[in-house]
Design a binder for this molecule. Structure first.
Ligand SMILES: C[S@@+](CC[C@H](N)C(=O)[O-])C[C@H]1O[C@@H](n2cnc3c(N)ncnc32)[C@H](O)[C@@H]1O
Length: 229
């Protein structure tokens, strides 16, 4: 009886780790391997609504970008180009063959398959770099806006991920980040922050201002600003 119970417990633990935590506690390579496996099904699973994405992601980002001449936006864990699609083209790079340091839209994504799909969908303008959130393969203080949607809880150390976002942002730059909520969030041990603590968490990491809004069933969204000095 005991061995059977142990086997059932192990199976439940594995299902919880792979299904809910997406392998977060098994190392970042496992997470990305799972995204590689699921890449072609990702958009079907998420069922993004183009109008909703435009209104609640693209338009607020465009508003921030329009206040900053030649603003540069980095999407971390860019997946299948959700942010670039919501931007509807977004700010155009003068020449899509320019060096990475002068490109206005850049996506960082560790999963080769997610990245290939994102590149196909978003067209030639955004530049893509295959890489991790920590360390970000990006020069310090080189972006005005950093987007990190539905990624933080899958990175090994969310605090370090935030640290990297602060490093690559210019003084006064903005971060748009999601925080996992809902019944599954506390089950992703050590990777999530409670709804009520997220604002303070972002300020403790070094953001000057942070405002959190309800966004989706499983996520709140936060706008946070890096201090000028
Ligand atoms: C839920 S998807 C979100 C994709 C996209 N941001 C969106 O909102 O559709 C999570 C993404 O984070 C990426 N990811 C997972 N671990 C990562 C890490 N350590 N650093 C950077 N990206 C990571 C995955 O490959 C995947 O594309």
């Amino acid at each position: 009886m005991l061995p059977l119970l142990l086997i059932v417990a192990l199976i439940l633990l594995l299902v919880w780790e792979l299904w809910v935590c997406e392998g977060a506690h098994l190392g970042r390579r496992v997470v990305v391997w799972l995204y590689d496996l699921a890449a072609t099904r990702y958009d079907g699973i998420k069922q993004f609504d183009a109008d909703w994405e435009r209104r609640f992601l693209g338009e607020p980002l465009e508003k921030i970008l329009s206040d900053l001449p030649n603003a540069r936006l980095l999407d971390i864990g860019a997946g299948t180009a959700r942010t670039f699609r919501a931007l509807n083209g977004g700010p155009q790079a003068p020449n899509s063959k320019d060096a990475l340091d002068s490109r206005l839209l850049v996506g960082v994504e560790p999963s080769g398959r997610m990245m290939r799909l994102g590149r196909e969908i978003a067209g030639p303008d955004p530049a893509w770099v295959q890489g991790w959130a920590v360390p970000l393969p990006i020069t310090r203080e080189s972006f005005d806006v950093a987007v990190c949607l539905e990624v933080l809880e899958f990175t090994p150390h969310p605090r370090q991920t935030i640290g990297e976002i602060l490093r690559i942002l210019r003084p006064g730059g903005w971060a748009l980040l999601t925080n996992r909520i809902g019944w599954q969030a506390p089950l992703i041990f050590g990777r999530t922050v409670s709804r009520t603590r997220f604002t303070d968490f972002l300020r403790e990491q070094g953001f000057e201002t942070a405002e959190v809004f309800p966004w989706q069933v499983d996520y709140d969204i936060a706008w946070a600003r890096k201090p000028w000095t």
